[in-house]
Write a protein that binds this ligand. Structure first.
Ligand code: HMG
Ligand code: MG
Length: 314
């Protein structure tokens, strides 16, 4: 039987320009679900997270401690964390925008948080109700207090390639904002194509800009939405540039309620298929993951947008 009949891609010899191992940062329960208009029961979210961890994912971004009226789908964050069956060796980061969110996250016993800044003025106002400058003032005490409490802190920089209100975003602007967020004391910066408009040349330019500005590549991650079908090509460009942490969402769920036209994230299964073909380690069992996404698609009442899930389970 050939590899395709087994549900596996053909594996090519290792490519010295690519990392030997990729760390997949699963965002399905947070980015994947935050935009769903009908509220998903907390028991379904808990089973989803449990199944994701069981399929070998070691980082599962679980929820957000944002204002419940801004993102009603994640208003159950405290209940969710209280019910979480924690797998050993798995981290469950949560999004935290401000000190109120941090207080709530600390009460729930989290050990890993992510702040989320914007590269553009327009999105900072729409997503955070703050100006670009005010966003740093909001995040600064969050990062300081979180680090003092021993938490790991990631930062996102959104609208890193294009913004629906401001158009193409210059790489220099992304590097300036991203470095400022990292300098607050974050250990990693995830570069977000919130509306999925970026292309591979822009990825090279933005990553090259960070490298030229002295940011180590292992402090960078990439976060692509797949609106224009570029997410996997952009990921390959990032891997070739030396990034080895990639965000993705099981089944390709996702979108941002405050970003017009944002669709799902890069599907974790599509990423895993490509990594398998390239002989890059990732630790995820594709079949278990595709089963989970097919199960979740049934709960949401529509087919998974992931091409690999549809090919394997359609
Ligand atoms: P605000 O209205 O400016 O908040 O919202 P405020 O500081 O003026 O406070 C107003 C009231 O809200 C106060 O209550 C606060 O206590 C309360 P009052 O005193 O009036 O009774 N409050 C809170 N309650 C619960 N939890 C909180 C909280 N904060 C304040 N954390 C805020 C500012 C940042 C809170 C709001 O804009 C917000 O929640 N925004 C989040 C939007 C969001 O979650 N967007 C999606 C995530 S980002 C994304 O998806 C992009 C990403 O995937 C990367 C990419 O794709 O590029 C990460
Ligand atoms: Mg996102």
């Amino acid at each position: 039987m050939g590899p395709l009949e087994l549900g596996l891609p053909a594996r090519t010899p290792a490519d010295a320009e690519l990392p030997a191992r990729v760390r997949i940062w699963e965002v399905g329960p947070r980015d994947g679900l935050q935009n769903e208009s009908s509220i998903v029961d907390v028991s379904v979210k808990l089973e989803f997270i449990d199944r994701l961890a069981s399929s070998g994912l070691s980082i599962v971004e679980a929820t957000s401690f944002v204002h419940p009226q801004w993102v009603p789908q994640l208003a159950d964050a405290a209940e969710l964390l209280a019910g979480l069956r924690r797998h050993s060796g798995v981290s469950y980061p949560v999004l935290v925008p401000n000190e109120k969110g941090l207080d709530r996250a600390l009460e729930s016993g989290v050990s890993h948080i992510a702040i989320f800044g914007s590269a553009t003025e327009s999105f900072a106002r729409r997503n955070l109700n703050r100006s670009l400058d005010e966003q740093y003032a909001m995040f600064e005490p969050v990062v300081t207090r979180a680090r003092a409490a021993g938490l790991a802190v990631r930062a996102y920089v959104s609208m890193a390639f294009g913004d629906p209100w401001e158009g193409v975003v210059a790489a220099e602007q992304v590097v300036t904002v991203g470095k400022r967020l990292l300098d607050l004391g974050c250990s990693q910066l995830s570069i977000g194509d919130t509306v999925g408009v970026g292309t591979a040349g822009q990825v090279d330019a933005v990553l090259g800009g960070f490298v030229a500005a002295g940011t180590p590549l292992d402090a960078l991650a990439v976060h692509f939405h797949d609106t224009y079908g570029q997410a996997l090509a952009n990921t390959l460009a990032a891997l070739r540039a030396g990034v080895s942490t990639v965000d993705s969402s099981a089944g390709g769920l996702g979108g941002c309620p405050y970003a017009k036209s944002a669709t799902g994230n890069l599907a974790t299964e599509d990423l895993v298929w490509m990594l398998d073909g390239l002989g890059i380690e990732h630790g995820v069992r594709l079949n278990a993951l595709a089963d989970t996404s097919a199960w979740m698609a049934e709960r949401l009442g529509r087919p998974s947008p992931s091409r690999v899930v549809r090919a394997l389970r359609g």
